[in-house]
Design a protein around this ligand. Structure first.
Ligand code: FEO
Length: 397
């Protein structure tokens, strides 16, 4: 069912309560998601973004209940990943020839996905589209998070920014707005989204936020294409993005480990004890990579000023699960975070050296060469780990 948001704008998207994985298996979505599409009605009518392909028929069928499709004058595609462009083929079968406003890169991406010679109109920053009384203004947002991305600003109804993935969260709700749901849950999902998708593009986020603030646009609502609409104090998410884009960290250390027979777990807990002894004000998080969610762990990395990564030595290297986490951490390009490695071994060793090398390659600043312990750590070995934790915490001061 469509939901009226303002005098001119209706939400016509799809709430996906079932989604648990996004981008294949790259991103967990514990609270589902939504694919937000918006209908902007003035003398002319524009549809902003569509929904993911599995919901294309449902989307078009419900859109028909809301409006005679032939009354849609323009389709605006802010970003053309399939979760937003997936219903275009179904929609354009009904209204062929309807102009699609998108960036030049957006046209290339749509063509690359759907191989159709649709009626494209390329736009760039500052271009406008009059809907009659009010106007849409396009703002390119290149690499937030794809090359095609743009935002669209509507100057009616107090000012609305349609920001697509920007300021979004994977959060399913029928309530639409940020003031109608748990604030902490929404903000966690927004942060997880930023940490796991947008963090590599933080320099571009900073520039884009500065550009939008300099435009001094009236802003009643920020309408992303996932999750809730920022209605209560919409500037709060802009302020968060400014902070998150600036090598974000809290007074937190995250210890993540894998373990075969509990030795590396015992080391992790002893190191944590040492950290807490000398830095009781520091939040210390311990996660088992084999049991805990990888994207939640990466969100903890994002919040941390330092991370400790541990694995037993397996076949001269580290564990399978840790390899995946380190690969993802490298891609997310965290900045100004310290790190070190730890782990148990039986004979040759090797995990600590390998993890240290990967952490350095991923851009973490190594505090030391790490700590390794033979077989099951005894009281003396655990005392060493506690001391290691103390020294690690002191190196962060
Ligand atoms: Fe929500 Fe980048 O697609």
């Amino acid at each position: 069912m469509a939901k009226q948001i303002t005098k001119n704008v209706s939400w016509v998207g799809k709430v996906d309560w079932e989604l648990t994985r996004f981008h294949g298996d790259e991103l967990s979505t514990h609270r589902g998601s939504s694919y937000n599409s918006y209908l902007v009605r003035d003398e002319k009518v524009a549809l902003i973004d569509t929904v993911w392909q599995p919901y294309d028929r449902e989307f078009v069928s419900r859109l028909k209940q809301e409006i005679d499709l032939t009354k849609i004058d323009y389709i605006v595609m802010n970003h053309n990943e399939v979760d937003h462009s997936g219903a275009l083929p179904e929609l354009l079968r009904e209204i062929p020839g309807t102009p699609i406003y998108c960036t030049k890169k957006g046209e290339a991406i749509i063509r690359g996905h759907y191989h159709q010679d649709w009626n494209f109109v390329n736009v760039k920053t500052g271009d406008t589209l009059s809907l009659g009384e009010h106007t849409l203004t396009f703002i390119e947002a290149t690499m937030l998070h794809w090359p095609d991305t743009m935002f669209t600003y509507f100057d009616g109804d107090g000012g609305i920014l349609f920001s697509n993935d920007g300021f979004g969260q994977h959060f399913a709700t029928e309530s639409l707005y940020n003031d109608a749901v748990c604030k902490a849950e929404v903000m966690y999902e927004a942060e997880k989204y930023y940490a796991n998708i947008l963090n590599p593009f933080s320099p571009m986020v900073t520039k884009k936020v500065q550009q939008i603030l300099a435009m001094n646009l009236p802003l009643q609502l920020i309408c992303p294409s996932h999750g809730v609409i920022w209605k209560d104090n919409p500037s709060q998410i802009i302020e968060k993005y400014q902070a998150w884009a600036n090598a974000y960290q809290e007074n937190q250390v995250t210890i993540v480990y894998d373990t075969m027979w509990q030795s590396t777990r015992k080391m992790a807990e002893a190191i944590a004890d040492g950290i807490r002894e000398v830095a009781p004000e520091t939040t210390v998080i311990i996660k088992n990579i084999a049991h805990d969610d990888k994207n939640d762990i990466l969100t903890e990395f994002f919040r941390s000023k330092a991370v400790l990564v541990g694995s037993p030595t397996i076949n001269n290297g580290h564990s399978f699960a840790m390899a995946g986490l380190l690969e993802m951490a490298a891609g997310l390009k965290f900045k100004k975070k310290k790190a070190a490695a730890f782990g148990s071994y039986g004979w040759s060793g090797g995990s600590v050296k390998q993890i240290s090398a990967k952490l350095a390659e991923a851009g973490f600043e190594l505090v030391n060469d790490g700590i390794a312990k033979l077989w099951v750590p005894d009281t003396t070995a655990l005392d060493d780990c506690r001391e290691y934790g103390r020294q690690f915490a002191q190196s962060l001061a």
